[in-house]
Design a protein around this ligand. Sequence first.
Ligand SMILES: *[C@@H]1O[C@H](CO)[C@@H](O)[C@H](O)[C@H]1NC(C)=O
Ligand SMILES: *[C@@H]1O[C@H](CO)[C@@H](O)[C@H](O)[C@H]1NC(C)=O
Ligand SMILES: *[C@@H]1O[C@H](CO)[C@@H](O)[C@H](O)[C@H]1NC(C)=O
Ligand SMILES: *[C@@H]1O[C@H](CO)[C@@H](O)[C@H](O)[C@H]1NC(C)=O
Ligand SMILES: *[C@@H]1O[C@H](CO)[C@@H](O)[C@H](O)[C@H]1NC(C)=O
Ligand SMILES: [Cu+2]
Length: 232
Amino acid sequence: MFSIQSILAAAFVASTAMAHFTLDYPTSRGFNDDNEPQYCGGFPNVASPRQPFPLGKGPIHIDSHHSLATVVAFISTSSSPTGFNDFNTTSNGTSIPLASSIFQVKQGDACFNVDLGSLGVGLTNGSEVTLQVQYDGGDGNLYQCTDLVLIEGYSVPSNETCTTDASLTNATTSSTSSSSASGTASSQASTASASAKPSSSSCSTSGAFARTETAGLGLVGALMGVAGLTLL
Ligand SMILES: *[C@@H]1O[C@H](CO)[C@@H](O)[C@H](O)[C@H]1NC(C)=O
Ligand SMILES: *[C@@H]1O[C@H](CO)[C@@H](O)[C@H](O)[C@H]1NC(C)=O
Ligand SMILES: *[C@@H]1O[C@H](CO)[C@@H](O)[C@H](O)[C@H]1NC(C)=O
Ligand SMILES: *[C@@H]1O[C@H](CO)[C@@H](O)[C@H](O)[C@H]1NC(C)=O
Ligand SMILES: *[C@@H]1O[C@H](CO)[C@@H](O)[C@H](O)[C@H]1NC(C)=O
Ligand SMILES: [Cu+2]
C-alpha cells in the first residue's frame, strides 16, 4: 500500500503542475493551473502595460493539453472589466459578438485569427480591450485573459502570424468518432460567454485526471481512480 500511495502522490503532484491550456500570444495576464476555471483564469486585474495588437486581423496562439478541446474567444470593450458580464455588452448596452467561431483543437500548439475592428462595436485605433479565451477540454470551462490596445496597421512579430487558422475548421479525435465529438462540442459550446460556473472537476482532481489526461499513463490513472478514495 505504501508503494501505491507513493505512486499516487507523485501522479497527483504531476497533475497539479500540468497545464489545461496556456495562452501564449498575446501574453496572458497570468497562469495558475488550479484557478484556470475562474474568470480570467483567476487573474481579475488588468495587466499593465496593455499589449499592442492589430485593430484588423491578428493572431492568438494557445497550447492545448487535452486530446480534444472546444475553444472560443470573446472581448470586453471596458478598460477595466470586472466579470463575464463586461464581455457580453458594451457600456451603452450593445451586445458584443463572439470574437471567434466556436471550434475544436487537438492537443498541442494551435493558433487562430481574430478581427476585432470588424465586430461592429465601435473599436478604433487606440481602443482598449480585453480578450478572454474560453477552453473546454472535458473538465469544465477554463479561461485566460490578455489586455490589449488596438493599433491600426500594427505588425505582429513575424513568427506569431497564424497561417493555419484553427478557428476555420473543427479538429476531431478520429474519423469514426467525429459526429459524436462535434455533438458534444455543440452542447458545451452553448455556454460560451455565460456566467462563471466553478468547475467541479479539473486536471488536478483524480477522477478527471484519470479519465482525460492519462492516455499514455494507464497504470497510474487506474491506480489513482481506485485508490483515490482511500486517500480522501
Ligand atoms: C453604442 O456604442 C457603439 C460603439 O461606440 C455605437 O456604435 C452604437 O451606436 C451605440 N449605441 C447606442 C444605442 O448608443
Ligand atoms: C494609432 O495610434 C497610435 C498611438 O496611439 C499612433 O501612433 C498612430 O499614428 C495611430 N495610427 C493611425 C492610423 O491613426
Ligand atoms: C516567437 O518568438 C518568441 C521569441 O523568441 C517566442 O517566445 C515565441 O514562442 C515564438 N512564437 C511561436 C509561435 O513560435
Ligand atoms: C465546430 O462544430 C460545432 C459543433 O458542431 C459548430 O457549432 C461549429 O460551428 C463548428 N465550427 C467550425 C469552425 O466549423
Ligand atoms: C448577456 O446579458 C443579457 C442581459 O443581462 C442576458 O440576458 C444574457 O443572458 C447575457 N448573455 C450571456 C451569454 O451571458
Ligand atoms: Cu484540463
